[in-house]
Write a protein of this length. Structure first.
Length: 83
């Protein structure tokens, strides 16, 4: 396993924690955050609303908020005119 700028030397083995992490990635036990978010969005009942938006009950670090500035910009934009 490559850690920072170094590979595991030829006469040693990888750290057991790194080896475990590689196997979990290989078997899909540690999906990347984008795939986690896709799965979480399918479970509508586990999203809890608050003043700022919504958060996932089991993993509150995943939140969905409305960006008012971008929404208004999109709604007020018009098609460019090309002469």
């Amino acid at each position: 396993m490559r850690i920072e700028d170094q590979n595991t030397s030829i006469n040693s083995t990888a750290d057991p924690l790194n080896t475990e992490k590689l196997w979990k990635i290989r078997f899909g036990l540690l999906p990347n955050p984008l795939n986690q978010m896709k799965r979480m969005l399918e479970v509508k009942t586990d999203w809890v609303g608050n003043k700022k938006g919504y958060y996932f009950r089991e993993a509150p670090e995943f939140t969905v908020v409305e960006n008012v500035n971008l929404t208004n910009l999109y709604e007020n934009s018009s098609m460019p005119f090309y002469a």
